[in-house]
Design a protein around this ligand. Sequence first.
Ligand code: HMG
Length: 384
Amino acid sequence: MSMRIGIHDLSLATAGYVLDLNDLAAATGVDPDKFRIGLGQDQMSVPGLDEDIVTMGAAAALPILERHGRDSIRTLMFATESGIDQSKSAAVFAHALLGLPDTCRAVELKQACYAATAAMQAALGIVARNPEETVLVIASDIARYEVDTAAEPTQGAGAVAFLIAADPALVEIEPIVGVHTADVSDFWRPNDSATAVVDGKLSIDAYLDGLTAAWDDFRARGGVDIAEIERFCHHQPFTRMAAKAHRRMAEHTGTELGVELYETSTVYNRRMGNSYTASLYAGLAALLDFDDDLAGRRIGFVSYGSGSVTEIFTGVVSAEYREFRRQAETAARLDGRVPVSVERYRALHSGGAVSSAADVEIPVETDGPFHFTGIRHRARQYRA
Ligand code: HMG
């Protein structure tokens, strides 16, 4: 019998500020139902100037290290599309802030929202070869579009960290996957731009086409029948997208799939907004925290990253997952965000890209455990 490997612990963090989308609707003259119902979003997290993917990612990982220690971690993989340097990985900064052992590799992975799933697959392989090791995966992103565009209400920020280990306490990841890559110009962020370029309608079609193609590959590889998948976790740039993905899955497989099979996975994303690489795993966090009937059940995951790569995989939830719920921890992080006005959010939006040309000190303004403190000799500085 092959070894069980999968997600042993999982933790979510987000930015220090929050914008209510009713306020954005009022300021931009849009019916608030378009955001709440049409997009399925209530709020979006907004980073302070002392926050970035490193501070959020390290904040997500910290509780995992407090619970399991640092000694078994020999790999840290950081998935993001909001990179802070073209050369040095965010993983090395996070490694230092988290006090991980020197005897640890650290690397960053990128393919839009998909990269955390690639990190997870690599981690599963590492643990299969060396079952006494664990791999820490951090997915952390800031979703930023131009203001006054249709994409503005689908911004957000957040991070999920998870530990891949043998004999996992939460979810065993199964080996059969379906994958699909297609070169599509639906969404990207050029090197000289702080905001993403997006063709919204094309991006939705590209996601749904990726889903059908990856599902066909999943089945061709011997993946389970749709009837054997009892919950779904879809990538959620906005939570109505999960509804669209779910409907496509039902149509494509010729089955009826009720909304109750995925709806619980939207609880955190509705409040955080798009967190790109973290979004799918924030969906899993919500399922584990709020679905009481997951023991032994199989979850189907649809991981999509624009550009585009899609991967469908499955995982079986452990019998004892309810002992490891993180509702209180996550509620504290979401409830602890400080509300900001549209005016303040827009000021933070344009202040988010700090030039490395001159030294600058960034004052601490948010409550998280880690802070970006500015630029010295062209290098980014952080403090715990
Ligand atoms: P839009 O122009 O706001 O679209 O852009 P819309 O006018 O079609 O409205 C959206 C929905 O709201 C529609 O429902 C309307 O009917 C409804 P649908 O047709 O979808 O069922 N609506 C209302 N509902 C209730 N009451 C009302 C009302 N008014 C309208 N009064 C779009 C929406 C998502 C395109 C835009 O926000 C955007 O471009 N967002 C960014 C791109 C994105 O998130 N794409 C998703 C797929 S790509 C992906 O997932 C990858 C990504 O995460 C990046 C990565 O991989 O790195 C983005």
